[in-house]
Design a protein around this ligand. Structure first.
Ligand code: PGA
Length: 244
């Protein structure tokens, strides 16, 4: 089981150090049955890396460039992130797919760069409320998988996160049968497309301490991608400690 805390565009360096050491403190001497990683903004990566050095927390980045190097002002490459101490990188988050017009093809480039750099990419997929209302949710996600998941993957080098866009930051969470339907569909896609079907599949979207226990009951769930609540050390840690 894997729990990811996506801090998004939050925290200055001092706040990032306080948040990461707060999580370490909450998890100290407790039985932790999952891998926990935090995903601070780029500028905080180095400070957080130093703060979590002797702990069981791992480090990830929220995105990487489609390019490896060159004249791409403002970009950060997968290699640079690996060099900074990241183990994971989120790619294809809906806030980038929609907000930054990222295509499935862009995401595939990022995934390949991440794999080549030795990072574990977490590929986000998910439908909009319109897709869902029009009965297109499954087709949209299958297309995202078809076009952004490479062939050379296995459970040790990649994860997939199902994040319905309408659930992100809204307080609306699909019921377990709906989450199960999507997780099973992604599993079936992996099997039917000759990919490793034991790849971890996470759920993300408005997870908090009151709904996490229920979500953990979903079959085939490999963990959680948590946004807003990952900024609260005590609540985030409480969710991590629910894994048994
Ligand atoms: P949320 O964000 O937990 O705040 O809904 C999840 C995400 O965007 O990964």
């Amino acid at each position: 089981m894997f729990i990811a805390g996506n801090w998004k565009l939050n925290c200055n360096i001092s706040e990032a150090k306080t948040l990461s050491s707060g999580i370490i403190k909450c998890l100290l001497n407790k039985e932790l049955n999952c891998e926990v990683a935090v995903f601070p903004p780029y500028i905080c990566l180095d400070s957080v890396k130093k703060t979590i050095e002797d702990s069981n927390l791992k480090l990830g980045a929220q995105d990487c460039s489609i390019h490896k190097s060159g004249a791409y002002t403002g970009d950060i490459s997968a290699n640079m992130l690996f060099d900074t101490g990241c183990k994971y990188v989120i790619v294809g988050h809906s806030e980038r797919r929609t907000g930054k017009c990222e295509s499935n093809n862009d995401i595939l480039s990022k995934v390949n760069n991440a794999l080549e750099a030795g990072l574990i990419p977490i590929i986000c997929v998910g439908e909009s409320v319109e897709d869902r209302d029009d009965g297109r949710a499954i087709d949209v996600i299958k297309k995202q998988l078809d076009e952004s998941v490479p062939k050379n993957i296995n459970k040790n080098n990649i994860m997939i996160a199902y994040e319905p866009i309408w659930a992100i930051g809204t307080g609306r969470v699909p019921n377990n049968s709906s989450i199960n339907e999507m997780l099973n569909m992604i599993k079936d896609w992996l099997v039917n497309n000759e990919r490793d079907s034991s790849i971890n599949i996470l759920y993300g979207g408005s997870v908090n301490k009151s709904n996490a226990e229920e979500i953990f009951l979903c079959s085939n769930i490999g963990g959680l991608l948590i946004g807003g609540v990952s900024l609260k050390a005590d609540e985030f840690s409480e969710i991590c400690l629910m894994v048994n």
